[in-house]
Every structure is written in structure tokens, then in C-alpha cells.
Design a protein around this ligand. Structure first.
Ligand code: IPM
Ligand code: MG
Length: 356
């Protein structure tokens, strides 16, 4: 039975990277039934809904969803895939493929994964007027004895760290590290928080993850504050195996870490743990280069590789990754972000040639 995939390019460069990615997989003869419904920016330009009910239903009936990028119009799609499906973990591999244009002099051997909590923290944004919060919590005082009313007019944002959220992430992270260890990786989990300041919320996060680590023999763990972790990523990138952190820290650190291995054009991700898995690049819709045919589709192609792995199509996933690695090593058909002159399609054609 062919796996059923829904491909949603979304907005901006999303459709361009999506199209070449499904073309590679179709032409390579992978056993997938890829559905490409009208949605997002293209639907909106045609006077239609960006995310109609039929497309939602298609997603619900699929085995997995590939998503390109949201640039506002497809925001609803992201909300549906991430929060309504409750995909609580975002896996963001940071792996150097020789030939990619890293911001480091020596990026050889960088190969780690960021596990980003994907369902709570500061997302999907709980904000409002400070006056409202001050009235709701008249007794609430900070460490210095200041009440909310003392700030006058303004806005607030609520960051939620729940016990359930930490527990499920901790279990996932430990299993993930041990699985990687079987493939020869060190078996280390780096927990990243700001528990020195956020002693209650990030205290819970840190303790919850560490407690789970202690239950797992053969797993080492360490903890860094997020500011220190940001520095270490640049200074000691080869010291990381798997890093686990809360939602917005993960958002920020993943973009930073992508620069170690060639930039956002190469950073894929998988969102798992919920009702329907979905796979998307770390980057956004890049409206400045949309429609020019020059966007680097690597992040989307490698996201498809993660999907294939997840669906148990390891051979196909490996073939895709190997082909990408060869094109980078060869260096003749790279996109402008990598210092090359190739178009999105030329790059994709080169990848396909290495599979066939
Ligand atoms: C990401 C993006 C999103 C996020 C935006 C588009 C809402 O930056 O997937 O990293 O902040 O999570
Ligand atoms: Mg981001």
C-alpha cells in the first residue's frame, strides 16, 4: 500500500521548494501517493479560502503532511498542524554536509539534533493588556514586591510549562537519545533552560527532564543556561549530541545552529507526537526571493527524508540524503545562498540524477 502524503507548500517560497521535492520523489519512483490540493497563497490569489475544510480532511486521512512555509496567509495551516494536531516535539537536525557554506572555518563533523518543545511555552501566544492581568491577579507580586498594577499600561505574555508537557517531552527525548546511541552517537542529552531566573517554570522543565534521564541507563545528561548554550553552539558545536529545550529557546537556537552548517536553506524538521506527523523546513516564506526560482530546496528535501524515515521507508530516505550530500560535495550545482549559480530546479535535477 502506498503511503498517502498531503503536500502543502503554503506561502512565499514554500510552493517552489515543495514542487521540486515531490517531483524528485515521484520521478525516483518512491511508493507514495502525493496529494497536492489548492491552498495557501495560491488559493488566496484565486479568491478562494487558504485552508478549506476539504484540505483539512485530506490531512486527517493522510499518513503524513509535508508543509513548506507560512507567510501569514497559511498561518491557519500551521496552527492546525502544530497545535490542533498536538505535535509536541519538533526535531531539528543540525548536520554538516561537506560543500555547504558554513559560517565557521571548520564545520567538519557537526552532527547534532535540537529537540524543541512544540506545544506550549510562549506559543501559540497568550497575550493581553497588563491592566487585565493586574485586575485578575491583584495579590500577585514579583520577587521585588512589585505588583502588576505598578507597571501602569502595557502588555503581557504568558509562558506555560506544564507537568504533562515536560513528562512527554522527557520520555520522547530519552528514547530518542538512546535510539541514536545505537547508531554510534554518544548518547548524551543537553538540557537547556533559564532556570536561574525562571526557577519555577524552567525549574520544572529542568528537573522533569533530568529525572527521566536518571531512569535511563546508558544516557548521559548535562544542563546549560540558554545564554551559555547559545555561545557553546558556536564555540563547541561538536560537543552536542541531542539538545532539548522549551519552545521559543528552541526556535531561536535552531536558527542560530543552522548557520553552523550552511544556513536556513539546509535546515529540515519533523513535528511529531500528535495525531498527524508533519515535516517542514526550519526557514520561513522568504518573500524577498519568492517567485525567482532561486530558493534552496535542501531543507524541504531533507524534511521529506525525515518523513520517509518516519514512515519506515528508510531505504528511500537514505537515498534522498545521500543524493543531497553528493550534490554538495560535488559543488557544481548549488543555489546562490551557497555561493552557486544554480536555480531551484537545477539543484533538484542534480539531486534526482544521483538517485536514479
Ligand atoms: C519556526 C518559525 C515559526 C515559529 C513561526 C513561523 C511561527 O519561526 O517554525 O521556527 O516561531 O515557531
Ligand atoms: Mg523559527
Amino acid at each position: 500500500m502506498k503511503k498517502k502524503i498531503v503536500a502543502l507548500g503554503g506561502d512565499g517560497v514554500g510552493p517552489e521548494i515543495m514542487e521540486v521535492t515531490w517531483e524528485i520523489m515521484e520521478k525516483a519512483g518512491f511508493a507514495l501517493d502525493i496529494i497536492k490540493p489548492l491552498h495557501g497563497e495560491a488559493a488566496w490569489k484565486a479568491g478562494k479560502e487558504a485552508f478549506p475544510e476539504e484540505v483539512k480532511n485530506l490531512c486527517q486521512q493522510s499518513d503524513a503532511i509535508l508543509f513548506g512555509a507560512q507567510g501569514g496567509i497559511s498561518r491557519e495551516i500551521l496552527y492546525f498542524l502544530r497545535w490542533q494536531q498536538d505535535n509536541f516535539v519538533n526535531i531539528r537536525p543540525i548536520k554538516y554536509y561537506p560543500g555547504a557554506k558554513s559560517s565557521l572555518q571548520d564545520p567538519q563533523g557537526i552532527d547534532f539534533v535540537i529537540l524543541r518543545e512544540n506545544s506550549e511555552g510562549l506559543y501559540p501566544a497568550r497575550e493581553g493588556d497588563l491592566n487585565f492581568l493586574a485586575q485578575a491577579l491583584p495579590q500577585f507580586k514579583d520577587r521585588m514586591g512589585k505588583s502588576l498594577a505598578d507597571y501602569g499600561h502595557g502588555k503581557f505574555a504568558i509562558r506555560v510549562i506544564s507537568e504533562r508537557g515536560v513528562e512527554r517531552l522527557a520520555k520522547f527525548a530519552c528514547a530518542f537519545v538512546l535510539e541514536r546511541k545505537k547508531q554510534g552517537y554518544p548518547g548524551k542529552l543537553t538540557v537547556v533552560t533559564k532556570s536561574n531566573v525562571l526557577s519555577q517554570s524552567d525549574g520544572l522543565f529542568q528537573k522533569g527532564i533530568e529525572a527521566e534521564c536518571q531512569k535511563n541507563v546508558g544516557l548521559r545528561h548535562e544542563h546549560f543556561y540558554v545564554d551559555d548554550a547559545a555561545r557553546r553552539l558556536i564555540r563547541f558545536p561538536r560537543d552536542f549530541d541531542v539538545l532539548v529545550t522549551s519552545n521559543m529557546f528552541g526556535d531561536i537556537l535552531a536558527d542560530e545552529a543552522a548557520e553552523l552548517v550552511g544556513g536556513l536553506g539546509l535546515a529540515p524538521s519533523a513535528c511529531l507526537g500528535g495525531k498527524k506527523p508533519y515535516f517542514e523546513p526550519v526557514h520561513g516564506s522568504a518573500p524577498d526571493i519568492a517567485g525567482k526560482g532561486i530558493v534552496n530546496p535542501t531543507a524541504m528535501i531533507l524534511s521529506a527524508k525525515m518523513m520517509l524515515d518516519h514512515l519506515g521507508m528508510k531505504r528511500e530516505g537514505e537515498a534522498l540524503e545521500k543524493a543531497v550530500a553528493i550534490v554538495y560535495r560535488d559543488g557544481k550545482t548549488l543555489t546562490p545562498d551557497q555561493g552557486g549559480k544554480a536555480s531551484t530546479r537545477e539543484f533538484a535535477r542534480a539531486v534526482l540524477k544521483e538517485i536514479q
